[in-house]
Design a protein around this ligand. Structure first.
Ligand SMILES: Cc1ncc(C[n+]2csc(CCOP(=O)(O)OP(=O)(O)O)c2C)c(N)n1
Length: 376
């Protein structure tokens, strides 16, 4: 068996269902084999995987692995620590370890040579695999990742693939012919309601639904208005909430409602790109657009006077979009829009309501949420 085929066998043995990846030339063949053997979702940025894998795991312990280049760890570290480590989510990361063996690209040295210390500083376990003969260590790393519910780095030297007999596999290229067309004219009125007032008006709409909410005041206000076991309150990992919703929606038949924000969407707009590619029919994003980073003291974002979030969603290919100024308009848009993913921009005033902190730890939030999902 070639080293690539051995990796596929070990991933299968560990019941991996999803592969998420950002490519590296050294694992080109491995990625093609992943497409042939698993549900393989290519991403635009590695950090996205941390959100989607978390959602899939919360939805019933679905097992995923992330394939990326060493630099991808740098793109993922905040989400890894403030989402996956905090909530104990298993994320095996198969990392094409550049900058350490016959490396021709100088830019690869920095991340490649510091990566082990990044893992150590983050208290994330990792192993180094330098030869094809040691590939069996991947098996125990995967087992430990799932047993201890932890992200786990598996550093794979280019030497592992060096003598592979696998010939370059072919990538299938579908037709690129298409028409890109957007008709979009929209005025903006002065919003009159706050985020909290919108949530209050949505109380009965949200009751009984799976709701994943943005960090900071959105989660705290949601807790005050409508706490329920089917709410997942995100407390860190800025920019990840819609991706958690995506991972969740991919694995349950129920409607999944995400409460996102303009700051969060603009810090990680490529989440909309991935959502548009995957097209979960049961996902609705309520993009609370107060034009500010509300939770950090209402500093203006580009959405306040320049960027239109609904237009961004459309540009990424999400066709079912709407906008609203009141809770009634949110519900009307939700009912009018056809099959998801739906994106409803909700204009509000920049204001945070003085509510109490959520009296649950991230692990308690996870436990309550997963138990609820198991029962239904
Ligand atoms: C990486 C990172 N940068 C900055 C922050 C601080 N932060 C917390 S919430 C937030 C703004 C959220 O704004 P938005 O998504 O629009 O939601 P809002 O609070 O306005 O509803 C920021 C910048 C953070 N938690 N993580």
């Amino acid at each position: 068996m070639t080293p690539e085929e051995q990796v596929i066998e070990i991933l299968k043995k560990n019941q991996i269902e999803y592969i998420f990846s950002v490519p590296c030339a050294k694992i080109r063949n491995l990625l093609i084999l992943c497409t042939q053997n698993f549900k393989h979702i290519p991403l635009t940025r590695e950090e996205e995987a941390i959100g989607v894998i978390t959602g899939a795991y919360l939805a019933g312990s679905h097992r995923s692995a992330l394939l990326m280049q060493s630099g991808g760890l740098g793109n993922s570290i905040n989400a890894l620590l403030s989402l996956a480590v905090l909530h104990k989510i298993p994320i095996p990361m198969l990392i094409s370890w550049r900058g350490i063996y016959k490396e021709k690209i100088i830019a690869q040295y920095a991340m490649g040579q510091h990566i082990t210390r990044l893992f150590e500083a983050s208290d994330i376990p990792y192993i180094e695999i330098h030869n094809e003969e040691n590939l069996s260590e991947l098996d125990s790393a995967l087992q430990q990742s799932f047993e201890h519910e932890t992200p786990y780095g598996i550093l794979l030297s280019p030497k592992v693939w060096e003598n592979s007999k696998l010939q370059p596999l072919e990538i299938k290229y579908p037709s690129r012919e298409r028409v890109s067309e957007i008709h979009f004219v929209k005025g903006l009125k002065k919003p009159t309601l706050t985020r909290f007032e919108i949530l209050q008006g949505l109380q009965s709409f949200l009751t009984g639904k799976i709701v994943i909410s943005n960090l900071g005041f959105p989660s705290k206000e949601l807790y005050a208005v409508c706490d329920q076991a089917s709410n997942f309150y995100m407390t860190g990992s800025f920019g990840m909430v819609s991706l958690i919703g995506l991972g969740f929606a991919m694995n349950v038949p129920d409607e999944v409602i995400v409460i996102d924000g303009d700051g969060s969407i603009l810090t990680n707009p490529n989440a909309l790109c991935t959502i548009s590619q995957v097209r979960p029919k049961n996902l609705t994003i309520l993009a609370i657009d107060n034009g500010t980073h509300g939770s950090t003291g209402n500093q203006l974002t580009p959405a306040y006077s320049q960027i239109d979030l609904e237009l961004i969603a459309r540009s990424f290919g999400i066709q079912q979009t709407g906008n609203a100024y009141t809770s009634e308009e949110v519900i009307k848009a939700y009912k009018t829009l056809e099959i998801g993913p739906k994106f409803i921009q909700v204009y509000t005033k920049p204001f945070n309501t003085a509510v109490e902190p959520i009296p649950m730890t991230p692990l308690q939030i996870k436990k309550r949420f997963m138990e609820f999902i198991q029962k239904t």
